[in-house]
Ligand binder design. Sequence first.
Ligand SMILES: Cc1cc2nc3c(=O)[nH]c(=O)nc-3n(C[C@H](O)[C@H](O)[C@H](O)COP(=O)(O)OP(=O)(O)OC[C@H]3O[C@@H](n4cnc5c(N)ncnc54)[C@H](O)[C@@H]3O)c2cc1C
Length: 337
Amino acid sequence: MPSLFDFCVLGNGPLGAAAAWQLAREGASVCLIGARHDERVSSHNDHSRIYRTRHPDPYWTALAEANLPMMLELEQRTGIRFFRSTPVYYDGIGNVPLSDQPYLTRNGLNHQDPCGGIIDPLAYIRALNKAAREQGAIIRSTVVTSIHTLTCSHQVHTVDGNVARCKAIADFRGLYAKPIGQGTTVARTTLLIRHPPFHEPHCFIRTVLLDPQVGEFFACSHLDEDSSTQTSKFVLADAQPHLLNSSETLQAWFQDGYRHHPKLPWALDEIRRMGFEIQDLRLAPCAFTKTYDGRPKVQVDQSHLRFYGCNGGAVKCAQSLSRQVLTQGLMQAISTS
Ligand SMILES: Cc1cc2nc3c(=O)[nH]c(=O)nc-3n(C[C@H](O)[C@H](O)[C@H](O)COP(=O)(O)OP(=O)(O)OC[C@H]3O[C@@H](n4cnc5c(N)ncnc54)[C@H](O)[C@@H]3O)c2cc1C
């Protein structure tokens, strides 16, 4: 193990895992340090994320389109399957008409993203980690407690008492990488509902809703292993989002706050109205960082690259976005040196 790494990548979420692999593949010595799921809250903490290429902001569309071949190549390279092509239905602008499916048409979902799919973020991270290890990256499961910047290097201290030394830091700690005062943290509750199977796996995104306080309602749905039940994950996005302004409120939301989301009764009524028979309901907390223009940000200071602001949609473009972030960070470092 080198005594001085070229890079320490902090945070083993989709973005950090993708960055570590990319840097290792380009020949850098890399130490990826990421907390385990029970040690730090994250944005990706469950089994499904929607892959879609239709997005109001073309910035995200371009990144998602660029990511698809990268994901397929990674699946082939590692033998780990994390992406499944699945219809994504939505009610926005589009030109691919739907076949007559009663519950979709009843709910005003009248378009289909022909390239849609479901990503398992935890399996995606496993695949990225496997590929990074094959390129010589060291991966450590622990919590970063502090960073000391010296003249030409950094020391990354972790909760287990170890110190990793590196020339540069790529900080992808998600909710924790945001500089104070930049962006807002939006809290969400996910509803995992087991129900009798009544349709093929699919995702939907609804933006035309009767309740003006709900901005968006979406779901990923897939058959369970035994295929006698189906699990659908619903997320409601309030038009006036619930904001978390400090690490204390963030921690409290993940511990218990998510159970008291004011719109939960609305969501359950809505799910039943759409024809789902709820056999089992589990709630889970989630949060993401939102920036003023809906696009992520990169800051570089003394060879410490900090990335934040995935704005609720970056698993679908983890590899293409991390590549862009690293390139942009390098440009910033050159222009300020
Ligand atoms: C409810 C919800 C639904 C979403 N739906 C979608 C979707 O359908 N499609 C999509 O593409 N995206 C979706 N997203 C967004 C997506 O989950 C995020 O954009 C993505 O997870 C961001 O990845 P990240 O690696 O930047 O951060 P994270 O996923 O938050 O990962 C950061 C990692 O850093 C670790 N960490 C933090 N602090 C430390 C520390 N001190 N030491 C070590 N490690 C640390 C955390 O444990 C975590 O593993 C959704 C988000 C939410 C909240």
